[in-house]
Design a protein around this ligand. Structure first.
Ligand SMILES: N[C@@H](CCC(=O)N[C@@H](CS)C(=O)NCC(=O)O)C(=O)O
Length: 328
């Protein structure tokens, strides 16, 4: 983390006295808005700094793809694994800021910054500062603020008529699943781990049941609640089952959650955002002995049989880069 703009790799406790993992609040919370706003919606003005393996940064990459924002919002990727200096950019210096590390980005926005230097970061190339580093807010912005631009999909994943239901699903799924897997993996006491584990699988069982009767969490429409759940499910058997001890059942054992995950994976624009090597890299490569698992064998492309094939979400009709190239 940074303390008064100085990097320290000393580990700072993120567990409370009961050994429970507590995630700190994000620090930059501005919004992209209309022309009068400090951060107006403009093409080629905003940039994302991400780690493709991280489930929170991943949400923003996913939205950038499904909303058709690839030509409007640029991206820099860090190396998957965390090192002594936190997240580090792949290859030579990162082109937007000539930064080597994510902490350089935070320092560029605030010379005296104190706090953890997390991804994702939404950067304003014009004012040379961070707009927002909270993924849940970045995807809310991406859902609507660029909708008048050419090639951007008009599909809204947080429509007003479902807002309340989405918010309540999000809260439960964040606590027990998205952050729940971290509460299992980062617990510092047996009790804290077991409590998180029981809540995680109770919630997954309940969601599995819910998805027996409807295609998506809110019914027949894909919503933000589905995308937020998907970011964790797609990582489940690759990382959480083993590295975070979430091992009561594999995702692939759930009767409905597994085809549901494949259904979302097959939604236009999604497959090319899922980087299995980066997922293994962040979870297994960040801790000694840095050995990445070869498995599991998972076929996200197998037929989901949960309804009609998806229509192109992004109204652009433009082709996204071929599968495997997530650097587009
Ligand atoms: N609330 C943030 C959380 C982001 C977050 O915790 N990212 C992790 C990567 S998966 C990170 O950068 N951790 C570095 C650290 O905590 O020092 C969000 O959702 O945007």
């Amino acid at each position: 983390m940074l303390v008064d703009g100085e990097w320290t790799d000393k580990s700072v406790g993120r567990t409370n006295t009961r050994g429970e993992f507590v995630r700190p609040e994000s620090s930059f919370r501005e919004w992209i808005g209309d022309a009068g706003n400090r951060f107006p919606a403009q093409a080629n003005r905003y940039h994302l700094f991400v780690n493709a393996g991280c489930p929170w940064a991943y949400r923003t990459l996913l939205y950038r793809s499904i909303k058709g924002l690839r030509d409007l919002v640029s991206v820099s990727y860090t190396r998957p694994a965390m090192g002594k200096q936190g997240w580090t950019f792949a290859g030579s210096l990162e082109p937007v800021l000539n930064a080597q590390h994510i902490h350089d980005v935070y320092r560029a926005a605030d010379k005296q910054f104190t706090g953890r230097t997390t991804v994702p970061v939404l950067w304003d190339k014009q004012q040379h500062t961070i707009v927002n580093n909270e993924s849940s807010e970045i995807i809310r912005m991406f859902d609507s603020v660029f909708d008048t631009f050419d090639g951007v999909s008009s599909t809204r994943y947080y429509p007003a008529h479902l807002a309340e239901e989405i918010d309540s699903l999000n809260q439960r799924i964040y606590d027990d699943v998205n952050n729940g897997v971290y509460r299992c993996g980062f617990a510092q006491s047996q009790e804290a781990y077991e409590e998180a584990f029981d809540r995680l699988f109770a919630c997954l069982d309940e969601l599995d049941q819910r998805l027996s009767a409807q295609r998506f969490l809110c019914g027949s429409e894909v919503t933000e609640a589905d995308w937020r759940l998907f970011a964790t499910l797609v990582r489940f058997d690759i990382a959480y089952y083993g590295q975070f001890r979430c091992n009561r059942s594999h995702l692939a054992e759930f009767k409905h959650l597994w085809p549901y995950t494949r259904d979302l994976y097959q939604y236009p624009g999604v497959a090319e955002t899922v980087d299995v090597a980066a997922i293994k890299g962040i979870y297994y490569g960040s801790r000694p002995p840095h050995i990445l698992p070869k498995g599991p064998r998972l076929d996200f492309s197998a037929p989901a049989n949960r309804g009609e094939p998806h229509e192109r979400g992004a109204s652009s009709g433009r082709r996204v880069s071929p599968s495997g190239n997530h650097h587009g």
